[in-house]
Design a protein around this ligand. Structure first.
Ligand code: SF4
Length: 389
């Protein structure tokens, strides 16, 4: 399970960092790829971006990049309202402090002072858990999102179900408390479980809450173990770290739409050429005869993603010896980027000319996603005691 907020047309950073990975994974796993339009409302990507306007552009780029409806389920979040119910049900068990911690350090502003903003990590967790996803392909900077979903699943399971090997894990967590605290925990648990001593239960819960050195997972296990747990309803997802190179932008910073430094998948060959030709290079190469250092040059970083080893060697050697000029160095890069984009653009054209086909792919995807989501929700409702329908 993975997704993107609808930000419109995608760039080379999305292609090399995400879409190539999805196109591979779709042949190895059952994949759900979701356009997260509700997230775009919770966390505006850019002021003035209209999710509806950009949704189709994003879908076309996914398809053009080789994410295929015959191998994966592509859908729009708001067309699967089960995401909202899952979010609501999970909000009943998600402590506010978890959300505040998940948002800790992020920029707060008046337009972000909403429940939608505070709760969006939980909506992300609902997106993942709704499909009982085993794997979530993410870059290293997004591991915390998957961890959050794992914490929510674990808490849900402790409150309404259980986890595999729960008893062994709980016993291991007790040992990690240290001898004295572990002994106290065990005696309080015994007093509650054997004599129904509620004071002992509350004291034990306070004891667990005080522990600063154990993980959130262990803390949840220790809470759950006090009262006992039996069934796993929501499996904990794992982060699937892919080979996601960070794409450098035209100005040497991270390639990003908001920084206006991107090469888009549907940029024309002339536009690619113009963008690369205008890229800054190593400032040491003020004149053609000045030697340079590729490590200081953003063009070199793009070369490393797009060029063959022989070209890289030619470029590095020519740069350091002033044997080539920067425009010469950029020429094979321009050709390599054009060659990468040409087949994508050909496929994109087909979809651009058939918007109904794209809409139908997304509608079919939503239907399939709803079938899966309904099954999970039925179990979640039942586990929570909502058994009357
Ligand atoms: Fe950059 Fe190439 Fe110029 Fe060296 S020769 S500074 S790598 S563009």
């Amino acid at each position: 399970m993975s997704g993107m907020r609808p930000t419109g047309r995608l760039h080379l950073g999305h292609y090399h960092g995400v879409l190539k990975n999805w196109a591979r994974l779709q042949h190895e796993y059952e994949c759900f790829f979701c356009i997260l339009d509700w997230h775009a409302l919770a966390v505006p990507v850019l002021p003035g971006i209209d999710p509806a306007e950009h949704l189709m552009d994003m879908a076309v780029d996914w398809l053009a990049a080789g994410v295929s409806p015959s191998s994966a389920t592509l859908f729009v979040q708001s067309q699967v309202p089960e995401h909202a119910e899952m979010h609501l049900l999970l909000s009943m068990i998600c402590p506010v402090s978890w959300l505040e911690r998940a948002q800790g350090g992020r920029e707060r502003s008046r337009e972000r002072d909403t429940y939608g903003y505070l709760g969006h990590p939980l909506l992300q967790a609902a997106d993942i858990l709704l499909y009982r996803a085993g794997m979530v392909p993410v870059g290293a900077d997004r591991i915390a999102n998957v961890e959050f979903a794992r914490d929510v699943a674990r808490r849900f399971n402790h409150l309404y179900g259980g986890e595999e090997g729960f008893e062994e894990r709980a016993e291991a967590a007790i040992r990690r408390l240290g001898r004295k605290t572990a002994k106290l925990y065990v005696s309080l648990r015994k007093a509650y479980q054997q004599q129904g001593d509620l004071d002992a239960l509350r004291t034990a819960q306070a004891l667990v809450q005080e522990q600063q050195t154990i993980t959130l997972g262990d803390q949840e296990r220790l809470y759950g173990y006090l009262e006992g747990a039996a069934r796993l309803v929501l499996p904990e997802p794992q982060a699937l770290l892919g080979d996601t190179p960070q794409m450098v932008g035209l100005d040497g910073g991270r390639m990003s739409r908001s920084l206006a430094n991107a090469i888009y998948l549907r940029d024309s060959p002339a536009s690619v050429e113009e963008k690369v030709r205008r890229m800054p290079t190593d400032p040491a190469r003020a004149h053609r005869s000045d030697p340079g250092e590729p490590a200081r040059c953003p063009v070199w970083q793009l070369h490393q993603v797009h060029s063959e080893p022989a070209v890289l060697e030619w470029c590095a050697q020519g740069c350091r010896s002033a044997g080539i000029g920067c425009l010469e160095c950029k020429a094979p890069l321009i050709e390599a980027i054009k060659a990468t984009l040409a087949p994508l653009q050909e496929r994109a054209l087909d979809y651009e000319q058939n918007p109904d086909m794209v809409r139908s792919i997304l509608a079919d995807g939503a239907e399939h996603a709803r079938d899966e989501a309904r099954e999970t929700l039925q179990e979640v409702r039942q586990a929570m005691g909502l058994k009357y329908r």
